[in-house]
Design a protein around this ligand. Sequence first.
Ligand code: NCD
Ligand code: ZN
Length: 346
Amino acid sequence: MATDRLVMTRPDDWHLHVRDGEALSDVLGATGRCFARAIVMPNLKPPVTTVARAAAYRDRILAAMPAEAAFEPLMTLYLTDNTTPDEIRRAAECEFVHAVKYYPAGATTNSDSGVTDLARAMPALEAMQEVDLPLLLHGEVTDGEIDVFDREAVFIERHLDRLVRDLPELRMVLEHVTTSDAVDFVSAAPDRVAATVTVHHLMLNRNALFDGGLRPHHYCLPLIKRERHRRALVEAATSGSPKFFLGTDSAPHPKGAKESDCGCAGVFSAPNAIELYAEVFEATGRLDRLEGFASHHGPDFYRLPRNRGTITLTRSPWSVPEELPFADSTIVPLRAGGRVAWRLED
Ligand code: NCD
Ligand code: ZN
């Protein structure tokens, strides 16, 4: 018989964009209502390349958080061609930087300062290995000759395989995996290699980009892929393997910047992420494995304590608003105007 109530350890979000300035307070509540901690992405303008910038950004996040929320932002540094081993050591020594993010230059939103050639980042990567600071990978090539739907698979083949061999102790997370190629690679790799999986990549295949017309709110990077890839992701996320854990990649952009001639990449899923993950897990008959994926595997990989509190999800359908406030604009959340089967109790 189907359960109508699920109590589980409070989850964390291991891949999140919260932006900066006025927008911060509009999006943080959506994460703080559910997640105790989140790995906060550093792709601001200018990017969070130093411990000093990470400290200041962390202070701005804490100041914008609703007073009652006990939320801990886990900060990351943005890797560039010029990141020094000294900066990596400072990051390892401070209490609040938990990883370093690799973006290939030009791959996605605000990634102009990203790495142009992995060889240039080697001194920093070797220092990360030495101090045991995990590397988070946006795993896509940017080569204009490679089809946009193939960029993750080509990254794995051209770079990741080698990176895992050349840095034999570095812990790595292949972020927001979207293909069966990524699932196969991570599954076969040593335990120090893990992956985050978003809820939109679990729910949608690429038809959702063109469902009756162009659907900019389903446009994100890496792109959602074919149905067979979606199924491989669902299988991995619900497998119980500790290598796969929750990372929403909730990436808010104002409505007008999405519904545009050249729209921004990013899906805003924070307002209903845990509820939608529950739908996906339930559809496979593996709702009992949601807790491992959402609340255990991430902290175990990052070597942080699991949360002590719990959350409760009840089967109680609700409608997602069409739009939510976002700085001086609005934002369209995932499944806007649609129904969600599970509700997070206060
Ligand atoms: C992210 C963003 O908007 O910051 N967009 C996205 O589509 N996921 C950047 C990223 O993680 O690629
Ligand atoms: Zn992201």
